[in-house]
Design a protein around this ligand. Sequence first.
Ligand code: ADP
Ligand code: MG
Length: 682
Amino acid sequence: MADLNTDIRSIKGIGEQRAKALNKLGIATLRDLISWFPRKYDDRRQARRIADLVPGESACVAAMIAAEPKVSHIRKGMDLVKVRAVDESGVLDITFFNQTWLKNQLIQGETYIFYGKAEGNLLRKTMASPIVEREGRGEFTGRIVPIYPLTAGVSQLILSRSIRQGLDACADILPDVLPDEVRQDHHLCRIGYAYENIHFPEDETALDLARRRLAFEELFFFTIGLQRLRNRRETVQVEPCGAVDMAEFYHALPFTLTDAQRRCVEEALTDMRSGQPMNRLCQGDVGSGKTMVAAACVYFCVKNGRQAALMAPTEILAQQHYNGLAPLLENLGIRCALLTGSTKAAVKRSIASQLASGEIDFAIGTHALITEGVEYADLGLVVTDEQHRFGVAQRAALAAKGQHPHTLVMSATPIPRTLALILYGDLDVSVIDQLPPGRQPIETYAVPGSYHPRVYNFIRKLVGEGRQAYIVCPMVEENDELPDERKAVTAYAQKLQAEVFPELKVAFVHGKMKAKEKDAVMAAFAAHETDILVSTTVIEVGVDVPNAAVMVIENAERFGLSQLHQLRGRVGRGKHQSYCILISDNQNEETKQRLKVMTKTADGFKIAEEDLRLRGPGDFFGERQHGLPGLKIADIGCDTQLLKEAQQAAEELLERDPDLRDHPAAAERVAELFAQASDTLN
Ligand code: ADP
Ligand code: MG
């Protein structure tokens, strides 16, 4: 087998059933499989004595089965295997749920390794459902064990065995796309060693070496891709936009733009008149009014006779932009359309043909805007909202739909410098450092779960006064599996409706819902047909319902500060005093500090700084959404030094070989990286 693109089915030891399970994780090829990196590692090298087990801590213990395992049937669907194990230091009582087959596998008098969380007290130690394996086997104990991100139906066991087989299948053929001189100059290990040890590290040193090599590689190719985009653009000349009387636009607005908004608009218009494509980032805290800055630019562009597109990261947000902007702009003679993944095929076709003919001036949508088959007559301006959800490659993909269109990137996230370098290294920056007048600061409280009754009463009171509430639903990770947001949200909403707020209207929304349903729920909430909206973080970005005055966030410890700030930004958008209640039972010092920051400040930039200080930049975008496609291992926050090195190496290589003619493998890797990034959106 010589190709990383081969289907996993052809790997020895991976049958149809296992392949199907792996497919669910998006693992289709050998390359996907070996690039499914662990999300963390457990050091299970040392076995402890039973007497040394600490309640609450996970550990390995080698112990002998002292008596026949006993099975008891608790109730339907719940069987218990109980077994007592011993070593020279003490006794450990172990229970397994619904694993009755273990009764015959655990043999009295034999020694096994158990890995699990110890419970009990000094006198009586217990363990529930530990991992168990025969002494000396060394698959899940006795070494540093990789822990993979999972989904239902795929276990750690399946993944780690499959990856083992995958690695064996390609041990000799893994191509090293990193130029050899770069690898040696930067003291990076070989590719085979890197893959082996990122999955099955011999020790910490080997893991560090592997991680360093793979992270470097990602950053290196990412930088090369960026640099090439930049080089291409710098040589580009476009026809300068002509002057437009903006007064008509400003008069049509229901309010006066703030000075900061005006300044951003001016900066953007100056770019568009310059004869070079605009590449501008408009950064402003939640609620600072970025949408109107975008609208002004769209107006300017369309009045110059060209088309504009605005891409939002979610359907809800695209819909909302459409609802907000279309009436305003249509009144000014601009023909608008909404194009998302859930737009009906026939409508989509008609919009596509009108975009191609130029009958539509302004398209608002999701990544549907950049899918194949959507062409523009003359795309002059591309606006992307809440940029960190996309990344450079998507921006490039939309820009590629026009002849060097101007691009405006809107972001509410204050970005640390290193991150900015990667995400927006090539952008000019405008900052909206002022909120529209009349905003009342949001009162923020951090409380423990025992406050639930009080929180519910508070919501009841506010709803009684005519306000609405958001509740971000608790979501607990179970058994290493990604939490099922659908179940969590539905169950919590039902419980609230039935037991807590029978007299109010509780609605819910989550990311797994069909876009249509989502929109309907959001529209009903915006129209005040419902009082309380239970949701996941799908409402995190951008949604605007001015009558919502309270945001309750359950399990607040799960979120990064910046994410909490974004969530909080969903309230306080109208004239009513608004509140944010952060609920957490987490006693962790760091959590407490973080939540305290939220209660003390409303300044997004300050919060971002604190976030970095307290958690390290890795968590900047929350755990699963760092929004940089292609970067699986590198942590652009923590790997600052490595990033610098990789950037330098990339520059040097491009100086020697600007078109990567002597490095075809590298060229291919870059192309792949950027192509993959836009694929993930389709
Ligand atoms: P964000 O920067 O978070 O995207 P939005 O553009 O959604 O903020 O604006 C937040 C709210 O403030 C919207 O309801 C918008 O209509 C309103 N708004 C924007 N600019 C002004 C302004 N200059 N004066 C008053 N209200 C404004
Ligand atoms: Mg916005």
